[in-house]
Design a protein around this ligand. Structure first.
Ligand code: NAP
Length: 517
């Protein structure tokens, strides 16, 4: 049976609940979960709740979650059970498709529900703080309860690794099973529930009505995470970083999968900064074959960790990525071998060459000023010196500029010396001018004599789309390259490596137009 898409509706009154259910149906939900936590009798009569169920156009689950299980209902337990029991028997109207009852409450019942009840029984167990150590035992107990039609386990993910536990519980199911992880790290269990054949997953109508931390919205699940196209064979990709919550990469690569018909899905993968977390998580995702984890974009603070990891695993590391000391792309090939590459430096080089209408060989002898001495600067300096350009590094902390220049060759100067020397190409890798400090520029008015026709100015910042630096440079007659071009090119190279498809540039442009107008 196909995995169902369920939308929880925290019921406040009948009209608003019916309106929410109609929207859920319109957006493609298969069923709704009526959360009666705050409207159970005596606040609202059972007849009124029954009338709501009668009027629904979608099948429903009825839940009245008590506070002791993480819900909002703090009323009398006997009344709660009487309500659920009565609704489940469909007395006086349509029976809900399912009634959700906590395993802990079920254990205390003197008179358990019958197998032939009108509503199916979902037995559930939740832990909002951590992963319980006895998940298997709970699942067996649920499955052995004669009336149980669906077993549901939900817990807060301690890390991305907990998702694999959820997938295994679903794979080992005896009865239809739901296994979901809460929190940011639990998103894969929610999106990939369909890949592993879970009974259902939950998606909220909007952020305000989510009933568990980390629950995606229906729109996100359907459109961003490609719900309708997920299959058991779907390959999984992601962006590894800390933080990754606001990354544009999921929208970017999922749009690419859509446009090319590639059977893949791309997820945010938050991993805490240290190497041991990175290694443990990535290794177990790669080794868990049913997941089909095939690659990742890797961003701050893990670019050096990726390099070390692939080296330790005996994989192939792109030589210039090794020289730079950072990789941003992980791929697992069909033979299981690993590859780490750096698509940032190629994006910097190729965007510059395209703007100058030359090939990489044409960079020999070209004078390049790089502003900044961090990770992006390192990729720029390595790439341009590798192609025999004459690079000078300008940095706020002059010693770092000197260190970087010493590694790859080239000159170094403090950032406030910008303006004293002309260069054919300027590349800004500092965050000066980045949102929210959009009025700042690393080449202040007093130094703008260095800008003029024939000069190329590349600002790696992509938010805002046009920085003050780019505006000033364009006004002075320079050729300008926005950071968006770098983002596009590094992403396009990753997409091509993973999928073998021609990257759909238009689809990618549309995503960036929307993300950074
Ligand atoms: P990073 O390693 O933290 O380096 C930041 C650099 O900027 C350092 O050299 C730092 O100087 C300098 N800096 C920071 N704040 C400054 C300030 N207020 N005034 C003067 N200098 C300052 O960061 P990164 O990874 O290189 O990334 C830098 C930028 O590159 C990002 O902000 C992003 O906009 C851009 N980027 C864009 C793309 C893309 O696809 N378009 C990809 C990667 C990066 P000190 O050494 O003195 O601290």
């Amino acid at each position: 049976m196909a995995t169902l898409l369920a939308v929880p509706i925290p019921v406040q009154d009948r009209p608003s609940a019916l309106a929410a259910a109609a929207r859920a149906a319109e957006f493609g939900a298969d069923l709704v979960e009526l959360r009666l936590d705050r409207v159970a009798p005596p606040e609202v009569s059972r007849e009124e709740i029954q009338q709501l169920i009668n009027d629904l156009t979608l099948p429903c689950i009825v839940t009245c979650r008590p506070t002791w299980e993480g819900g909002d209902h703090d009323g009398d337990e006997a009344e709660r059970l009487a309500l659920l029991g009565g609704l489940g028997r469909g007395g006086g109207g349509t029976a809900p498709a399912y009634v959700d009852l906590e395993l802990a409450a079920y254990r205390r019942l003197a008179d358990p529900p019958r197998e032939d009840a009108d509503a199916g029984l979902i037995l559930s167990s939740h832990d909002f703080t951590t992963m319980p150590s006895d998940l298997d035992r709970r699942l067996i107990e649920m499955a052995e309860a004669p009336a149980c039609r669906v077993a549901k386990l939900a817990w807060r993910a301690r890390s991305l690794r907990d998702n694999l536990e959820a997938f295994e519980l679903i794979r080992r199911r005896v009865k239809p099973t739901v296994a979901l992880c809460m929190g940011e790290a639990g998103l894969p269990s929610r999106v990939l529930a369909k890949k592993f054949g879970a009974f259902l997953t939950f998606a909220s109508l909007d952020d305000e009505t989510a009933t568990a931390p980390g629950q995606p919205t229906l729109q996100q699940l359907k459109h961003l995470y490609r719900w309708d196209r997920l299959t058991p064979d779907t390959a999984v990709y992601g962006v590894i970083g800390d933080p990754v919550g606001h990354s544009v990469s999921p929208a970017f690569h999922n749009a690419g999968f859509d446009a090319t018909g590639f059977d893949g899905v791309y997820l945010p993968m938050p991993i805490p900064p240290d190497y041991e977390h990175f290694k443990a998580t990535v290794l177990c995702w790669l080794e868990y074959e049913p997941l089909h984890f095939r690659g990742a974009s890797v961003t701050i603070p893990h670019k050096a960790n990726l390099l070390r990891f692939v080296q330790e695993q005996g994989g192939e590391v792109e030589p210039l990525a090794a020289a730079i000391g950072a990789a941003n792309t992980l791929a697992k090939r069909d033979d299981g071998s690993l590859y780490a590459g750096n698509t940032d430096y190629a994006a910097l080089l190729d965007a510059t060459c395209a703007a100058m209408d030359i090939d990489r060989n044409g960079l020999a002898g070209v004078s390049v000023g790089v502003l900044g001495a961090g990770g992006a600067a390192r990729a720029a300096v390595a790439a341009f010196t590798h192609h025999d350009a004459e690079v000078t590094v300008y940095n706020r902390t002059a010693a770092k500029a000197e260190e970087l220049a010493a590694v790859f060759g080239g000159g170094a100067a403090p950032l406030d010396a910008v303006g004293q020397t002309a260069h054919r190409v300027w590349i800004n890798t500092t965050p000066i001018g980045m949102w929210p400090n959009v009025d700042a520029t690393p080449i202040p008015p007093g130094s703008q004599g260095i800008l003029g026709p024939g000069v190329v100015v590349f600002d790696t910042i992509y938010n805002p789309a046009e920085t003050v630096l780019l505006r000033d440079a364009a006004a002075a007659g320079c050729v300008t390259i926005p950071g968006r071009e770098m983002f596009l090119r590094q992403g396009i190279a990753q997409f091509a490596l993973w999928t073998g498809h021609t990257p759909p540039r238009d689809a990618f442009e549309r995503v960036l137009d929307e993300a950074v107008p």
